[in-house]
Design a protein around this ligand. Structure first.
Ligand code: SF4
Length: 102
């Protein structure tokens, strides 16, 4: 059986681990438009610069920050995306895999 003291120690260690993980992610590099997978997906760090001829389904209200695959809050300047492991995408970016957040 876990003692109250051990429970508090575990909670503290768990919180520290979570905080360290968050800090580590905050330092994850940004996706660059020149990255191979970014090029393949038509990623534009500034969605307003999207090539509308090449990506006609793009609409100006589509941003990473309102995409179903964006892992941050809508107000976050950058966050993880399921398509770009260990990197961050800009909240105001866009790619051809954009899907409306439910
Ligand atoms: Fe942005 Fe969504 Fe494309 Fe990820 S899948 S880069 S969140 S538009």
């Amino acid at each position: 059986m876990t003692s109250r003291r051990q429970f508090i120690v575990n909670l503290s260690v768990g919180s520290t681990t979570f905080a360290v993980a968050q800090t580590a992610f905050a330092q994850a590099p940004m996706v660059l438009e020149t990255d191979a997978n970014a090029k393949a997906l038509g990623y534009f760090a500034d969605a307003s610069k999207t090539d509308k001829v090449k990506y006609p389904k793009y609409a100006k209200e589509q941003l990473c920050s309102n995409c179903a695959l964006y892992q941050g809050k809508a107000t976050d300047a950058a966050a993880a995306c399921a398509l770009f492991p260990a990197k961050q995408v800009a909240g105001k970016a866009w790619c051809s895999a954009w899907a409306k957040k439910a």
